[in-house]
Design a protein around this ligand. Structure first.
Ligand code: C5P
Length: 220
């Protein structure tokens, strides 16, 4: 088919991942979860005892860590050195440390280059989601979307994802703290020129998917 890169950015809890996967399925596109790459690199650094405050060591890890990542929206695959880390990279340990890796500009440059390779490898038929896809990774995407949600909706979704058992204040501190750290290096709260903002606060997942599908059809 013809080239169709769909770039989707947004904060944590905006519903990006489920929506992006479903949009990929509906259009028959590949799916790239760039957050999983930052998480996998963080997992590797923690596993190897790489000091996250040592900027050069983290960059070296970014260059050399043996990541194999799938791009099938129906089958999440994140292997680091043959170890399946898909579940572990969503845990509290990696989530609490990932911003330290993501705020390293040279490590970002290495991961951005890999992401651009994966987009090229897809034949430019892919939905890529993260924080800087519309602005840095694929500013030339056929469709560029910023998916937002107000804090109340984002907390509710995070709570659901964590089984609804987590202490609300702690959850809030965690999500707000991570977004605040991430915001120091990437702007994912304001839409860049040509980027369509979709506010999912009062939408169901299906309604959000529909809004994104409409925006893609209009843009592409
Ligand atoms: O999207 P997710 O919550 O899995 O992303 C995990 C972390 O990876 C973010 O908190 C951020 O630090 C980093 N990230 C990033 N740029 C991206 C995607 C994720 O800095 N494009």
């Amino acid at each position: 088919g013809r080239e169709l890169v769909v770039a989707i950015d947004g904060p944590s809890g905006s519903g990006k991942s489920s929506v992006s996967k479903e949009v990929a399925r509906r259009f028959g596109l590949a799916y790239l979860d760039t957050g999983a790459m930052y998480r996998a690199l963080t997992w590797w650094c923690l596993d190897r005892g790489v000091d996250l405050a040592d900027a050069d060591a983290v960059v070296e890890a970014a260059r050399t860590f043996p990541l194999a990542q799938g791009t099938d929206p129906d089958r999440e695959l994140v292997l680091v050195g043959g170890t399946d880390v898909a579940v572990e990279i969503r845990g509290a340990r990696v989530t609490g440390a990932v911003s330290a890796v993501a705020t390293n500009p040279a490590a970002r440059a290495v991961l951005v280059a890999r992401q651009q390779e994966l987009i090229a490898d897809s034949g430019r038929r892919i939905v890529a989601e993260g924080r800087d896809i519309t602005t840095v990774v694929a500013p030339d995407a056929e469709a560029r979307i910023l998916l937002t949600a107000d804090e109340r909706a984002r907390m509710a979704r995070r709570g659901l994802q964590n089984g609804g058992v987590e202490d609300a204040a702690q959850l809030r501190a965690e999500v707000v703290g991570r977004d605040a750290k991430d915001s120091t290096v990437v702007n994912f709260t304001e839409a860049a020129d040509g980027v369509v903002t979709i506010d999912s606060s009062d939408l169901t997942v299906e309604q959000t998917v529909q809004a994104v599908l409409d925006a893609v059809v209009r843009a592409a």
